[in-house]
Design a protein around this ligand. Structure first.
Ligand SMILES: [Zn+2]
Length: 278
């Protein structure tokens, strides 16, 4: 039986920085043939780091919509730079680009209520790289129980053991918290996540175009040979999380459009514990 394999985490397009590949250019040239050879049939794309995600998302959209049926797309949003225009950016992404999720990275700024409210409105999952800041996930999970969050790399691309070990109980405890396998190196922790939280909470992703899909996929096959679990990890969980978004279900129920303006304080500034000295 041939399994459907979706890579749920891949960057594409040009950045406008010049620090490293992550903000300069995410070229799919080699990556698409790597993916093909590895047996990956579909890929979810979002931008590299960029100072203007309106521009970067439009470029990703042109790639996503160039080959119907091959790609999915997520809108990259910066909680601080895009303050006051998040709803509009997400609306364009959903209605014009047919994107089905939001990507947020703490390297840009901490996630904001404005982003979570837009995700709730359009029924999109949010892929949020917390860069090891695990406690924040408790707030996301409980304040937005109807929004699904994918916390990539077991919460840390840099293999921060402390963060990853603290993240697993979060994954286990909160029904709306998921993770992806991209870039995870500590296999014992991936196995712990699988055993404790189960296959329904884990999504296959590569963090391409820089990591090889065959290497990333082999971790999933090392994790289990249970076909039902493999189906969930390799495709079904991602399809389930994006189903409402892909069928534009937000149109079916009337909800108030969330209103935020440029002056609303981003969480980046609020995230200070008043009981601890700075
Ligand atoms: Zn990434």
């Amino acid at each position: 039986m041939k399994l459907l394999i979706i890579d749920a985490h891949c960057h594409a397009g040009k950045g406008d920085g010049f620090t490293g590949p992550w903000d300069t250019r995410a070229s799919l040239q080699k990556f698409l043939s790597w993916s093909y050879k590895a047996g990956v049939q579909k890929i979810n794309l979002f931008a590299a780091f960029h100072s203007d995600y309106a521009v970067a998302n439009a470029e990703v959209a042109s790639i996503v919509n160039s080959t119907p049926g091959k790609f999915f797309g997520f809108a990259f949003i910066n909680a601080v730079n895009d303050r006051g225009r998040v709803f509009d950016l997400v609306k364009t992404a959903v209605t014009k680009y047919n994107f089905c999720g939001i990507k947020v990275h703490r390297h840009d700024a901490r996630i904001s209520r404005e982003i979570c409210e837009a995700a709730r409105y359009f029924m999109l999952p949010v892929l949020y790289d917390v860069m090891g800041e695990v406690p924040m996930i408790e707030l996301l999970a409980t304040e937005y129980p109807d929004v699904n969050f994918i916390i990539p790399h077991l919460s840390s691309f840099s293999d921060d053991w402390r963060a990853q070990i603290a993240f697993i109980p979060m994954l286990e405890r909160h029904p709306n918290i998921y993770t992806d396998t991209s870039g995870v190196r500590r296999f014992d922790l991936l196995e712990m996540a699988y055993k404790r939280a189960g296959a329904s909470k884990i999504i296959f992703g590569t963090d391409g175009p820089w990591l090889h899909p065959k290497v990333e996929l082999s971790k999933v096959f090392a994790l289990t040979n249970n076909t039902a679990d493999l189906k969930k990890i390799l495709a079904d969980n991602f399809l389930k999380l994006t189903a409402k978004a892909r069928s534009h279900q937000y149109k079916n129920s009337f909800r108030k459009v969330p209103v935020f303006d440029k002056t609303d304080t981003a969480l980046s500034n609020e995230y200070r514990d008043p009981w601890l000295a700075a």
